[in-house]
Unconditional design. Structure first.
Length: 153
């Protein structure tokens, strides 16, 4: 029964990593603080986030059609979208992909990149690289942050 509970916890990490705005930046530190194995947390959060990014890219055309019907052509830019556009104008797809997961979320970064005409395979490559980098950084900061706090006590 203990093994099933542990497996379930990592499935939850995968699912939470795939949710926009929660993603790796929140789920990794929370899961590590909860006592889960940092390697498996990082792996599952990364795979969860990457899976929904891939799905967004694969179904981008359908998503864009649905979104335009839903908005009835009246599109107001959110604060996150405005930030993404500014990043795109200044740094292009690499900058949007590398800064996006932390500043605006990986899903919005991918969407904005595709809206601006980035090729799907290039977008996936840059976002995969970005998510690997951020997963490693957030995991290391979480592990060493917990160790530092425990050593202070």
């Amino acid at each position: 029964m203990n093994v099933l509970m542990e497996i379930w916890q990592y499935i939850l990490v995968f699912l939470m990593g795939s949710v926009p705005w929660i993603e790796i930046a929140a789920v990794i530190p929370i899961s590590i603080v909860a006592g889960l194995n940092p390697f498996f947390v990082a792996l599952m959060a990364f795979l969860g986030n990457l899976s929904t990014v891939y799905l967004l890219v694969i179904f981008f055309d359908k998503f864009q059609q649905w979104r335009s019907r839903r908005k009835n052509g009246q599109e107001q830019k959110s604060k996150r979208q405005t930030r993404a556009i500014n990043i795109w104008n200044k740094y292009g797809l690499p900058g949007l992909s590398l800064l996006g997961p932390l500043l605006i979320g990986s899903h919005i970064a991918v969407f904005i990149g595709l809206v601006f005409g980035a090729k799907k395979h290039v977008t996936l490559l840059w976002m995969t690289i970005s998510l690997v980098i951020w997963t490693v950084i957030i995991t290391l900061l979480s592990v060493f942050g917990i160790d530092l706090i425990q050593s202070i006590r």
